[in-house]
Design a protein around this ligand. Structure first.
Ligand code: SAH
Length: 347
C-alpha cells in the first residue's frame, strides 16, 4: 500500500529524495505543496518535473478531507460535514462574529466519553483524526472565511466532535502544523483546547510549553452531580482535576476557562453556584456560562435566562470573570453539543 505522504516529517521527505539521488530542496518543495499550499494532487506541483511527479505518485498518496455538505445558519454560522479518506464523517463549524471568525474543529470520529447532554457521545468512537485531518478542517474554514467574510480565520477552538486530549499526539502535531510558518502560521494564543477534564493529559499538555489556552468542561463543581451528567468522571475525581489545573497554571501562567452549561434543576441551585465559586478560587480562571442546546431526547432543559443572569451576578459579585456563550447555528444543529452527523446518518 502507498504511504500517505502527509504522515511523513519534512526530514523524512527530504531523505526520500536524497535516497533517490535528488537534491534535498526537492523535499522542501514538496513539503511546502502538501502543507502551506494544501495541494491534494502531485500533478499540481508545477515546479517539479513530470518524472518527479510520477515518482511521487507511484510511492505516495495524499489523503485529504472533502466537504460533503455545507449548511448555513440564519445567523451566519456554517456547518461542514467533512468526509475522511475512509468515508467516516466529522463536522466542523465556522462561527462568525462582528470582528472574528472562529473555527470549531473535531478531533475524533465519535467520542469515547459519555456526557449525557452531548449529541456526539451517542456516536461510538470509531477512530482518532490524523493531524492532517485536523489541519484540513482549519484550512477549509479559513478558505470559507475568506470567501464569505473577506477575512482570514482568527481563532480555533477544539470544541467539535471528540475529546482532543484522548487524541493527544495528533492534537499536538496538528497544533504544530497550524501554527508553523510552514503551515498556516496562526498564533498559538488564538487556539483553545477544550477538554472534558482528563487530569493526566492536562498535566502532559502543561509540559509542552505551548501558548494555547485551556478550557475545561466542568459543568458542575459538585462531584455527585458531575458524575451523574458525565459518568466517566467517576474515574477522574474533582480532586485530581484540581491538582492538574494547579499544575497547568504553575507551568503556563495562563488563566483557565470553565465551561458550564446551566441545566434546569440539575446544576443551577444556590449550592451549585457556591461550589463553582469555590472551584474558581483554585487558580485564576473565568467562567463561560452556556445555554443548553437541545439534542432531542431531553432529559435536560436549559435554565431560564433569569437563572443564568443570577448565576452571572453571583459570580461577578465574587470578582469572577463571566461570559455567556450565545448559542450559534442552532437551526442547523451546529451549536455546541449538537454535532452528530445528523444529516449524513439520515442518508
Ligand atoms: N470533549 C471536549 C470538546 C467537545 S465539547 C469537551 O468536553 O470540552 C465542546 C463544548 O460543548 C463543551 O464545553 C461541552 O460541554 C459543550 N456542550 C456539549 N453538549 C452541549 C449541549 N447540548 N449544549 C451546550 N453545550 C454543550
Amino acid at each position: 500500500m502507498k504511504i500517505d505522504i502527509r504522515s511523513l516529517t519534512e526530514d523524512q521527505i527530504i531523505e526520500f529524495f536524497i535516497d533517490k539521488g535528488f537534491d534535498s530542496y526537492r523535499g522542501r518543495q514538496v513539503y511546502e505543496w502538501i502543507w502551506k499550499k494544501s495541494t491534494y494532487s502531485f500533478d499540481d506541483m508545477t515546479n517539479l518535473s513530470k518524472d518527479l511527479r510520477l515518482m511521487l505518485d507511484t510511492n505516495f498518496v495524499i489523503n485529504h478531507i472533502e466537504v460533503d455538505k455545507i449548511q448555513k445558519s440564519s445567523d451566519g454560522t456554517i456547518k461542514n460535514a467533512v468526509k475522511l479518506f475512509d468515508d467516516y464523517t466529522v463536522e466542523s463549524v465556522l462561527i462568525p462574529t462582528e470582528d472574528r471568525t472562529t473555527a470549531c474543529v473535531s478531533s475524533q470520529v465519535g467520542c469515547s466519553l459519555d456526557c449525557k447532554f452531548c449529541a456526539t457521545s451517542k456516536l461510538k468512537r470509531m477512530r482518532n483524526l490524523n493531524p492532517d485531518e485536523i489541519y484540513d478542517q482549519v484550512v477549509t474554514i479559513n478558505n470559507q472565511s475568506l470567501k464569505y467574510f473577506n477575512r482570514s480565520l482568527s481563532n480555533i477552538v477544539f470544541m467539535g466532535m471528540g475529546e482532543p486530549l484522548m487524541n493527544y499526539n495528533n492534537l499536538i502535531k496538528s497544533i504544530d502544523l497550524i501554527c508553523s510558518k510552514k503551515g498556516l502560521g496562526i498564533s498559538q494564543k488564538r487556539i483553545v483546547v477544550s477538554t472534558s477534564g482528563i487530569p493526566k493529559m492536562i498535566k502532559k499538555l502543561s509540559d509542552e510549553s505551548l501558548k494555547v489556552n485551556l478550557a475545561v468542561s466542568l459543568h458542575s463543581a459538585i462531584e455527585s452531580v458531575r458524575n451523574k451528567i458525565m459518568p466517566f468522571t467517576k474515574d477522574f475525581p474533582l480532586i485530581e482535576l484540581k491538582e492538574s489545573l494547579i499544575y497547568w497554571y504553575k507551568k503556563t501562567n495562563r488563566r483557565i476557562t470553565y465551561e458550564y452549561i446551566v441545566l434546569k434543576g440539575i446544576n443551577d441551585s444556590r449550592s451549585d453556584i457556591n461550589a463553582l465559586i469555590d472551584f474558581c478560587k483554585i487558580v485564576p480562571s473565568k467562567v463561560n456560562l452556556i445555554q443548553y442546546n437541545s439534542i432531542g431526547n431531553d432529559d435536560f432543559k436549559t435554565a431560564d435566562t433569569k437563572t443564568i443572569k443570577l448565576y452571572e451576578d453571583e459570580l461577578e459579585k465574587k470578582k469572577i470573570i463571566v461570559t455567556i456563550r450565545r448559542s450559534r447555528g442552532q437551526d442547523i444543529d451546529a451549536a455546541c453539543g449538537q454535532l452528530a452527523n445528523k444529516e449524513v446518518s439520515l442518508n
